[in-house]
Design a binder for this molecule. Structure first.
Ligand code: ARG
Length: 460
């Protein structure tokens, strides 16, 4: 075994097999290739502009990098595990293509600032992807909300029927959550948007580099102020993973609801053949696998956050190879998240609400009992607590009679509260209950339609 070509000056032999095995990262960090090439081009142009390398060398470097990018895109690039990572693979190939010019690229740079730069660029793209995917999901939800602004379903607390709400209102609750999720990705993206390039190994460099220029070319707002921080910090990746975890939590709650609603015991929604699977043994089955997988992938996404935050904890400044563990965590979470968002948008688009089943379920469980208590308060001026007791007694009576609240005979109600008149029936239906909830943010169809309008404008 010969010593490593990239740093083998003081080495006589190559690594043990197991050393290469634990050290190698090109199998996964080849995903940084495009960003690595962008970083190298910016660096080369800056070196030339500063007179650190010649124009001719710079041109040869750029042409070589373009060729490498094309080869990678076409699947013709031979990644070599003995060259450790994507950075060495590209640099080595560049030197084959461009000769000594290629070997000059790494002037005033280290793999430490290089990888920090590549990874920031990658995570910046991942934030933009998540945000864009969430917009599509929100649009699909707003469409359902518009169609079902007045479709009544049971609203639950403790998964017990509480008060009727509209399906549109329920959809818009998720639109709000996904809006906050988007803002978390946007915040993460804005915060990470400063350039580590030029921090070199950890202390900066004696070459007269122009960090503003490379930052600008790569779309960063400015260079990072501290070279140690630039190469040692990965909180930008944690920001992404935290935002991903919270998003996954929201997706998972929604997925759980779809699973429940798809169960014949609820029957609130149907997903078509496009988003369900059958059973190999039970011919009647239609399983919401996509929703289950969205729910399940939350574990992987949170797991990635826990993995990376644990890597970072107790890590002395500046760079240590532990940091190479950052990428697989983020890649795995990002793949799971992108897929989950897209699958959820597909399901929302696909799902058909079953208004009859929703209404039937809403009729069970006396969900207008609060309306009854409110009516007693408004008619009699009795304190709410007392009205609550009266309504409770009427619910008990309805239960004994086996009828819904709006079917309890007036005489029965008057036995409990003599002041009750026939006007009470105006508030006891599901529609009356929902229509009455016109407070800002409430479930009344007028309010839901206003919110749909708001989101249509906002998501334009
Ligand atoms: N593959 C390495 C990583 O992902 C690149 C940086 C290596 N730097 C070093 N000093 N060995 O972190």
């Amino acid at each position: 075994m010969t010593a490593n070509k990239m740093w083998g000056g003081r080495f006589e032999r190559g690594p043990a097999g197991i050393m290469e095995e634990i050290n190698v990262s090109v199998d996964f960090d080849k995903r940084l290739a495009d960003h690595d090439i962008a970083g190298s081009k910016a660096h080369a142009r800056m070196l030339a502009a500063q007179g650190i390398i010649s124009r001719t060398d710079c041109d040869a470097i750029i042409a070589g990098l373009d060729q490498i990018a094309a080869d990678i895109a076409a699947g013709r690039f031979a990644f070599k595990r003995e060259l450790e990572d994507i950075h060495f693979n590209i640099e080595q190939r560049l030197t084959e293509i461009a000769g000594p010019a290629g070997a000059r690229l790494h002037t005033a740079r280290s793999r430490n600032d290089q990888v920090a730069t590549d990874f920031r660029l990658w995570v910046r793209d991942a934030c933009a992807r998540a945000s864009a995917g969430l917009i599509e999901l929100q649009r699909a939800l707003v469409k359902q909300a518009e169609a079902h602004a007045a479709t009544i379903m049971p609203g639950f607390t403790h998964l017990q029927p509480a008060q009727p709400v509209t399906f549109g209102h329920h959809c818009l609750a998720y639109v709000e959550m996904f809006a906050r999720d988007r803002s978390r990705f946007d915040d993460a993206s804005a915060r990470l948007n400063e350039s580590p390039l030029g921090a070199a190994a950890l202390a900066g460099t004696p070459y007269p580099i122009d960090r503003e220029a490379t930052a600008k070319e790569l779309g960063f707002a400015h260079p990072m102020r501290n070279s140690l921080d630039a190469v040692a910090s990965r909180d930008f990746a944690l920001d992404y993973l935290a935002a991903a975890t919270i998003t996954a939590t929201h997706l998972s709650r929604f997925a759980e609801e779809i699973v429940l609603w798809m169960s014949p015991s609820f029957g609130f929604v149907t997903l078509s053949d496009a988003f369900t699977t059958g059973s190999s043994i039970m011919p009647q089955k239609r399983n919401p696998d996509a929703a289950e997988l969205v729910r399940g992938k939350t574990g992987r996404i949170l797991g990635s956050f826990v993995a990376l935050v644990t890597v970072m904890k107790g890590l002395a400044l500046a760079y240590a190879k532990d940091l190479q563990e950052d990428k697989e965590a983020v890649f795995s979470a990002a793949d799971a998240l992108d897929l989950s968002i897209a699958a959820m948008a597909g399901m929302v688009d696909d799902l058909k609400a079953n208004a009859d089943a929703m209404r039937r379920a809403a009729e069970a469980g006396y969900p207008t009992a609060t309306d009854l208590a409110d009516w007693v308060v408004s008619q009699s001026g009795k304190p709410f607590r007392e009205a609550h007791h009266i309504a409770g007694a009427i619910v008990k009576r309805a239960e004994a009679l086996g009828v819904s609240l709006d079917k309890v005979p007036l005489a029965e109600m008057q036995k409990i509260e003599p002041g009750i008149t026939a006007k009470v029936y105006d508030v006891l239906t599901l529609d009356a209950s929902v229509n009455a909830r016109t407070s800002f943010g409430g479930t009344a169809p007028v309010r839901v339609r206003e919110q749909v309008q708001f989101w249509r404008e906002t998501l334009k």
